[in-house]
Design a protein around this ligand. Structure first.
Ligand code: NI
Length: 489
């Protein structure tokens, strides 16, 4: 059984029917302004691949902490056709999932469903854009993984059908036949009639770095579920003559995994603003004698994290950031600032999957790859971890090399995205030793922090990092903590 944080039942109770309707789900993502009073999913964008050969790309995240939903899609500035198609595909997945689970999520406290959609730019040039979408869905008994890739013409601002990557419908038929052959050859467990592949297998055509055609076939589509997903590869030599102009552009636009991700201009700007630390020399605070509180920020760094860092620096307040791997990679400069300015950085996994549903290997990979991203940025790995949704089990505990820091105060900032509510919720629940949960990917949260700090200080609280809050607690790896040290009352 996953052990879900104590904050969950309250969050469930607060769900309104309106926030679960499809239209509000969609409009919340469509317009952040409209989304203010639609407390369902919250969207945030993270500049991504800005060093890539195509400017204006953004990776946009949607979260619903209650329904265990975490998705991303790609938007391209001044290209509504591309943006709508990429977002629309993910929204359709979200709608189907929310429809299926809203009743059980509202009713139950043991909600175990999960939707995780991870978009990634796999090819980009002035001519063409390729976006892959890896989906994991858990619905009750078992989870399933599926893959899809969308191709877009950049100058035409539209989605290209897979078939258009090939020179004619005969060429496309030929490719399908070769793929079916390959499926049979690769796995003798294939359950297909061997002369054809089901349509859903053909929605994930990509090219490898050497020009090979690669297709990831979802579980159960061409082989028994026990085999899992299958990757089919056709060498470039066999498909080259069959490609259309679009196909050739796609083949040439493939990005390697180590393609530049950071925006150089922004990097420069942040170097200037990263003046010597004023927060580092945190006075020796003993939270057994002082009313301490820890401000914690999850899921980032986001586009506005720099503003938050300015606020914290000005107020001389240290905080703790639980970062996710891809954001730590694309926003390395913010991690550097955090470290230089005296903040603590924690691990919030790589893909934001609920760890209690993962295998041993997957859990380790989630934690290690995020630690690698953190350590790449600041030269040290994290000393604390926060599992997504606060969900963990014995296996997760065993595999964790650091303590698990949950929270005892949930601002629900992701849901209402309202600065005043963020402050009010925090102040209503805060106690000496509290760990306050917020998300720095939301502008409303970043804007709430100056007021929150003012109110906390006025109420006699000293904001500290997690390691200070638990300085005398002998934190143990794999153990979960909700509230820190506080004076005996
Ligand atoms: Ni999170």
């Amino acid at each position: 059984m996953p052990s879900v944080s104590q904050a969950m039942p309250r969050a469930l109770a607060l769900l309104t029917a309106a926030c679960l309707t499809l239209s509000s789900c969609a409009s919340a993502t469509r317009s952040p302004a409209e989304g203010q009073d639609l407390p369902n999913t919250s969207a945030s964008s993270t500049a991504d691949n800005s060093g890539a050969p195509l400017a204006g790309l953004n990776r946009v995240s949607n979260t619903n902490e209650t329904l265990h939903l975490y998705t991303s899609h790609i938007e391209l500035a001044e290209h509504p056709g591309i943006t709508n198609a990429s977002r629309g595909a993910v929204e359709a997945q979200m709608r189907a999932y929310v429809n299926e689970h809203r009743d059980s999520a509202v009713r139950g406290t043991d909600f175990a469903g999960e939707l995780n959609v991870s978009a990634k730019v796999t090819a980009a040039s002035e001519a063409i854009l390729g976006v892959s979408r890896d989906t994991y869905e858990f619905a009750g008994a078992s989870g399933s993984e599926s893959f899809a890739t969308q191709w877009f013409s950049v100058p035409e601002d539209r989605r290209i059908d897979t078939e258009e990557l090939f020179s004619s419908s005969e060429a496309w038929d030929h490719v399908k036949a070769m793929l079916a052959e390959e499926a049979t050859r690769t796995k003798n467990t294939t359950i297909l009639p061997h002369d054809q592949l089901p349509e859903e297998v053909l929605d994930d055509l990509q090219f490898g770095a050497n020009g090979d055609l690669i297709v990831r076939a979802d579980e159960y589509t061409i082989a028994p579920g026990s085999v899992g997903s299958i990757t089919l590869t056709l060498p470039s030599s066999r498909i080259k003559a069959l490609l259309s102009d679009y196909g050739r552009q796609a083949q040439q636009a493939i990005l390697s995994d180590d393609s530049p991700q950071d925006d150089d201009a922004e990097e420069q700007e942040s170097t200037e603003s990263a003046s010597p630390s004023e927060v580092t020399s945190e006075p020796a605070v003993d939270c057994r004698r002082t009313k301490c509180v820890a401000l914690t920020f999850d899921d980032g760094p986001g586009p506005k994290t720099g503003v938050l860092l300015d606020t914290l620096k000005e107020a001389q307040v240290p905080a703790t950031f639980f970062v996710v791997g891809p954001n730590a990679k694309t926003r390395q400069k913010f991690l550097k600032r955090m470290a230089a300015e005296g903040h603590q950085i924690g691990n919030h996994t790589y893909t934001h999957r609920s760890l209690s549903g993962l295998s041993k290997e997957q859990v380790s990979k989630e934690l290690q790859s995020t630690d690698a991203a953190i350590s790449d940025a600041i030269g040290a790995s994290s000393t604390v971890m926060r599992p997504p949704y606060g969900a963990h089990n014995k296996q997760v505990d065993r595999l964790s090399t650091t303590p698990l820091i949950i929270w005892d105060v949930d601002t629900e900032d992701w849901r209402h995205r309202n600065s005043k509510k963020t402050v009010d919720n925090a102040m209503a629940e805060v106690k000496p030793g509290s760990v306050i949960l917020m998300h720095d990917i939301h502008e409303s949260t970043v804007k709430a922090v100056p007021e929150l700090i003012k109110k906390l200080k006025a109420a006699g609280y000293t904001p500290v990092r997690i390691d200070t809050l638990f300085a005398h607690s002998k934190l143990t790896a794999g153990k979960a903590y909700f509230r820190g040290e506080h004076p005996k009352s």
